[in-house]
Every structure is written in structure tokens, then in C-alpha cells.
Design a binder for this molecule. Structure first.
Ligand SMILES: Cc1cc2nc3c(=O)[nH]c(=O)nc-3n(C[C@H](O)[C@H](O)[C@H](O)COP(=O)(O)OP(=O)(O)OC[C@H]3O[C@@H](n4cnc5c(N)ncnc54)[C@H](O)[C@@H]3O)c2cc1C
Length: 425
């Protein structure tokens, strides 16, 4: 029997995919959205709820990108402090972005509930743990920053972290009760269903191969048909849809594995929180609805080629939970995280009426899902400078992008070395 290159837990346990068809002939919409991940689908849902005729064109299927592969950890906010955002974007926009982050988990869980999306949503909280003194100090600062704003956060001693995670070796951490977990692919499929129920047209497979001017509108071409629209949002996570867009992000593989269901008596995450640490090469873990342990971390430069590609993640699992060190993974899969150099979102104004949005950076379940209503306002005429979105700019490629795999390899070695030095200090 051949072993598959990937065996995704989410693909095997998700709610069924909605039945979709590709575009045929020429059709029209007020707004066309390229990409059916959380960003595109949540925006389509919000537009349809406002009575706007919107079509989503998705290359493969809803959740085919990061939205169907991620860790399903609902983590509130951007990773930047309010002071960073104000320095970068000015007082008003910086504060709006921060406020948006403060409520994005609330908005996401409320949206799931309002639309009855079946995605195993659990509001059990998110824990950030620290395994060295400088990470502990960073955690204290983050905890303090949220606590000062009245967020439901709690500092955890080393002993509390051990009791809540079952993992050894952490010096402390903090719990954010706004967070939790979802089945990520079910969330993407549920958003597609909700958008369609509200009146959006979601079409797949429909890879957009060109976007051309058509009178005062735009025509989006696919292999089977085209859509004409006044406004276009490219929500492909920087992976395509417009010339040069892929040069604005570094695609970095992150790999995950999952065990078989653990015994109900296990001390591994008995409270079912989502956990990540503060390492530059991030480690994250959680359990799924059936009690499996899902761990994620550094991937390889290229796509996985079977369980052997997942050695780093498996060793990490073994260090966190020695009794599980020798259990072969039951599932193994990867996803490509689109990273910008400053880890901040991008909004590119590509032409009159055409925007591209990139808001992944490895932390977008809540942010992207909650961004739909805001992007819908922008697409119905609001000035983005008045909204909780980063200010629009022309397309900005990362310098020397053709050398991205060299960057990624050297960058990863450098970041791991810094992680190791901090733990040794
Ligand atoms: C492995 C991994 C783990 C992660 N873990 C977490 C986590 O635990 N918590 C968290 O908050 N965030 C996490 N993230 C980040 C999160 O998944 C993303 O921020 C979020 O899913 C981005 O959603 P999106 O809609 O912007 O992009 P995507 O979900 O990538 O959607 C883009 C869509 O565009 C489509 N597309 C591309 N080109 C075209 C084209 N030419 N025409 C039509 N369609 C096209 C793709 O098929 C895809 O479906 C993780 C990401 C990865 C990859």
C-alpha cells in the first residue's frame, strides 16, 4: 500500500463540502471575490447579507488553502501591541486595528453561532506558554497589556501550566479566555454554506486566470466561464489572482500531525485549550473533538512527501509528551503560511475597484473570519482609511523575492538558533 504524502485529520473529519459548480458562460455580479478561504467567504457572507450581488470564484474548493489546513486555534488579535500599530499606521487606524483584534474571537464565535455553523467550536481559551526567561517576560508583557484593557486573561504559574497542558518544561504562561478551537475545514465549508444561504454565489473549481478591464467594470476569466463585476477583492492569501501578488509574501510550510484518540483519563490538555509557545519557530498544539492530540510546528522548505517529512514535529511531540514519543502519527499534513516581512496584513490597491488583501501570517482564524463585515463596507463604498483595515498601498514586492527559498532556509536556521540560545541563557 502506498503511503500518502499527506493525510489530513481535518479532511477526514470535516462536515461535507457544499456541492458547487464552476462558472459557465458570462455572468455578472456587483462584487467578485477571488479565493474561498475565511477572508473571501466571510466577506461574501457580509455582502450578501447587505443585499449585494456577490460571486466567489475559488480555484479548488472552499478551505483548499490555509483555511482548511490550519491548527484551528482561535487566537485573539494581531501579534502587535497597540503602540506598534499606532507607530505604523497612526493614532486612529492603529487603535481601530487593535480594537478589531480585541473582539475578533468574539465576532468569530458569534458568527458561528448565528449561522449554526457545525465546526466543533469550543470556547475553552488559548494558552501561550514560555520555556525560557525572556519568553516568560514577553508573556508577562502581553498578559499585562491585555489585562490593562480589561480582557479576560489570567497569568499561569509553571505548576498551573503543567496541570492544564500536561507538558513539562514550561516556566509559566497566560490564558486568554476569548480563544478556543474549531475544526478549521468545517468552518470554511460552513462559511460557504452560510454565504450561499444569504444569497452569494460560490463557484468552484474556478481558478481566476486573468482580470481584465471591461468598460467601467472588470471581467474575471476562468477556464469555464467569466464574471463581470464593478469591484473585485482578491483574497487568495497572496498566492495568485493578479500578476506579481505572490512576490509580496514568503510562503512557509507549517506541518502538523495527529495521534489516535487519547484515553479519557489522559493529563494531556484535560481542559481542551489551544496552546502555542513564544518561539520564533512556533510550536502549537490542541486536541480535536474526538480527543486526538494535534501538534504543529516547523515544516520543510518544500511540500511534505509522507510521514518521514514530519520528523521535526514528531520529535517536538515526544519532548512535550514523552509517553507519546513512540506512537506513530495517525495523520500528517501541512499548509502554506503566507508571511509578510513585518508580519502585518497588506491591502493593495491594484487598480480602480480592484483590491488584494493578505492577512495570514499564521494567525488568521479569528482575524480573517471577523474581517468580512469590514471588507464588505469597503467594497460597498466606505473609505478604507475610516475602517479597521491597514491603509491601502500599491503592490509592494519583497525585495529579492526569487531567492525566497534561500531566505526561508537561512531564516529558519537563524530563528531556531536564537530560540536555542534563549533557552540556554
Ligand atoms: C499550517 C497552518 C496552520 C495555521 N494555524 C493557525 C491557527 O491555529 N490559528 C490561526 O489563527 N491561524 C492559523 N493559520 C493561519 C490561517 O490559516 C490563515 O490566516 C487563514 O486561513 C487565511 O485565510 P484566507 O482566506 O486569507 O486565505 P486562504 O485560506 O489561503 O484562502 C485563499 C484561497 O484562494 C484560492 N485561490 C488561490 N489562487 C486562486 C485563483 N487564482 N483563483 C481562485 N482562487 C484562488 C485558494 O485555493 C484558497 O482557497 C495557520 C495557517 C497554516 C497554513
Amino acid at each position: 500500500m502506498t503511503v500518502p504524502a499527506q493525510r489530513s485529520l481535518w479532511a477526514e473529519t470535516a462536515e461535507p463540502a457544499p456541492a458547487l459548480t464552476p462558472p459557465e458562460g458570462a455572468s455578472e455580479a456587483e462584487v467578485a471575490i477571488v479565493g474561498g478561504g475565511y477572508t473571501g467567504l466571510s466577506t461574501a457572507l457580509a455582502l450578501a447579507e447587505r443585499g449585494v450581488a456577490v460571486t466567489v470564484l475559488e480555484a479548488e474548493a472552499p478551505g483548499a488553502g490555509a483555511s482548511g489546513a490550519n491548527g484551528g486555534q482561535v487566537i485573539p488579535g494581531l501579534r502587535h501591541y497597540v503602540s506598534d500599530l499606532v507607530r505604523e499606521y497612526g493614532e486612529a487606524t492603529g487603535r481601530r486595528l487593535h480594537a478589531q483584534g480585541s473582539s475578533d474571537a468574539d465576532v468569530t464565535f458569534a458568527l458561528i453561532q448565528r449561522h449554526g455553523i457545525r465546526c466543533d467550536a469550543e470556547r475553552t481559551g488559548w494558552i501561550q506558554v514560555a520555556d525560557n526567561p525572556s519568553a516568560l517576560e514577553e508573556g508577562r508583557q502581553r498578559h499585562r497589556a491585555w489585562a490593562e484593557r480589561g480582557a479576560p486573561v489570567r497569568w499561569l504559574s509553571a505548576e498551573e501550566v503543567r496541570a492544564m497542558t500536561g507538558a513539562e518544561g514550561y516556566l509559566g504562561g497566560w490564558l486568554d479566555e476569548r480563544g478556543g478551537t474549531v475544526q478549521p475545514l468545517s468552518l470554511a465549508r460552513g462559511l460557504a454554506r452560510a454565504a450561499m444561504a444569504a444569497g452569494a454565489r460560490v463557484q468552484a473549481p474556478a481558478r481566476v486566470t486573468a482580470i481584465r478591464p471591461d468598460g467601467r467594470d472588470w471581467r474575471l476569466e476562468t477556464a469555464t466561464g467569466s464574471v463581470r463585476a464593478r469591484r473585485v477583492l482578491i483574497a487568495t492569501n497572496g498566492q495568485g489572482g493578479w500578476p506579481g501578488l505572490p512576490t509580496t509574501v514568503m510562503p512557509v510550510w507549517s506541518f502538523q500531525t495527529a495521534t489516535d484518540p487519547l484515553s479519557p483519563a489522559t493529563d494531556v490538555l484535560p481542559g481542551l485549550q489551544a496552546v502555542s509557545d513564544t518561539r520564533r519557530v512556533l510550536r502549537y498544539w490542541r486536541r480535536d473533538r474526538d480527543g486526538r492530540l494535534v501538534v504543529g510546528g516547523k515544516g520543510t522548505i518544500r511540500a511534505p512527501r509522507g510521514p518521514r517529512s514530519f520528523g521535526t514535529v514528531e520529535r517536538m511531540k515526544g519532548r512535550l509528551y514523552p509517553p507519546l514519543a513512540h506512537a506513530a502519527p495517525a495523520y500528517w499534513w501541512g499548509g502554506r503560511v503566507s508571511v509578510t516581512m513585518d508580519r502585518l496584513p497588506r491591502l493593495f490597491e491594484l487598480a480602480e475597484g480592484v483590491h488584494a488583501i493578505i492577512q495570514c501570517n499564521g494567525k488568521g482564524v479569528a482575524w480573517c473570519t471577523a474581517s468580512g463585515p469590514i471588507l464588505a463596507e469597503m467594497l460597498t463604498g466606505a473609505d478604507p482609511r475610516d475602517l479597521a483595515v491597514v491603509p491601502p498601498t500599491p503592490l509592494r514586492p519583497i525585495p529579492l523575492h526569487p531567492f525566497r527559498t534561500v531566505y526561508a532556509a537561512v531564516g529558519s536556521l537563524y530563528l531556531r538558533a536564537r530560540d536555542a540560545l534563549e533557552r540556554a541563557a
